[in-house]
Design a protein around this ligand. Structure first.
Ligand SMILES: Nc1ncnc2c1ncn2[C@@H]1O[C@H](COP(=O)(O)OP(=O)(O)O)[C@@H](O)[C@H]1O
Ligand SMILES: Cc1cn([C@H]2C[C@H](O)[C@@H](COP(=O)(O)O)O2)c(=O)[nH]c1=O
Length: 238
């Protein structure tokens, strides 16, 4: 779909609103990027850092999230940073969301999408369309696999469509010291193997609640959670 002038019909086509003001903001490259890694590896932190770096060059971004741990439409990092975002609902058309911004005269240069594993495959297709036809830079952040170690449908589609796949470099260690890649769902000392794909919870230890623990493959397979947690902390091996 070729861009057309949105001044003629801003709701009809995927066509960026022309830059206003100084017009010096860097031009979007129209790439769909997926940054992935296990829980707690710094995905939301990186999402907020990229937003910060883009915004300070005068680019206009739209922050999207689905099911943040905070229970609010926020991109929140365990490092303490947080920014309000637009909650993506199940059947939300992301092309329509961008068009609505254009219709209000708001330029959109880039999208930041956190918890992108929860997007539907159709919504990932819409992100690809926005990258291709509207030349938006789309930055997605999310888990690759769920608690059963199978790909989330949204992540699978991102692996299929993204221009760039970036495994986050910060290692999350299993209790044994090996790098952890598996997001175990834990309740009452057991690794759960069945249940709904979506269950929003944290890695912090909380009594009587489902939580997640990042494990290496060996300990994910055997369901070995390591030294027992006491007082909300995992005991260290030393
Ligand atoms: N007190 C702390 N000091 C230093 N780094 C921290 C601290 N708390 C959290 N972090 C860092 O924040 C990371 C989690 O960031 P976050 O963006 O919330 O992860 P994700 O979105 O991948 O779940 C941890 O891996 C760790 O590197
Ligand atoms: C493995 C797995 C995770 N979730 C949820 C749990 C958290 O709310 C998010 C991941 O958050 P983070 O920013 O990566 O720490 O996803 C889920 O619903 N289902 C799963 O299988």
């Amino acid at each position: 779909m070729e861009p057309t002038n949105p001044a003629q019909d801003p709701t009809d086509a995927l066509s960026p609103v022309p830059a206003t003001g100084t017009g010096r903001a860097p031009t979007p490259t129209g790439r769909l990027r997926f940054f992935f890694g296990p829980m707690d590896c710094g995905k939301s932190t990186l999402a907020l850092q990229i937003d910060h770096n883009q915004a300070r060059q005068g680019r206009n971004g739209l922050l999207l999230v689905r099911h943040d741990r905070s229970g609010t439409p926020t991109i929140s990092s365990r490092m303490g940073l947080a920014r309000k975002a637009l909650e993506v609902h199940e059947d939300m058309d992301l092309c329509r969301v961008v068009r609505d911004h254009w219709a209000r005269g708001t330029r959109v240069d880039y999208l930041i999408v956190d918890e992108a594993q929860f997007l539907s495959p159709d919504q990932v297709d819409q992100l690809a369309e926005l990258a291709d036809d509207a030349r938006l830079d789309v930055y997605c952040f999310g888990l690759a696999t769920d608690f059963r170690s199978t790909l989330f449908p949204g992540s699978r589609r991102l692996f299929e469509l993204a221009d760039e796949l970036n495994a986050i470099q910060v290692e999350v260690l299993c209790w044994c010291g090996r790098p952890g890649r598996f997001n175990a769902r834990v309740h009452d000392g057991d690794v759960l193997r069945a249940g709904d794909t979506v269950l929003v919870a944290d890695t912090a230890i909380a009594a009587d609640e489902v939580r997640y623990q990042v494990l290496c493959r060996t300990h994910y397979r055997t369901g070995d959670l390591g030294p027992t947690a006491v007082d909300g902390r995992q005991l260290s091996l030393t």
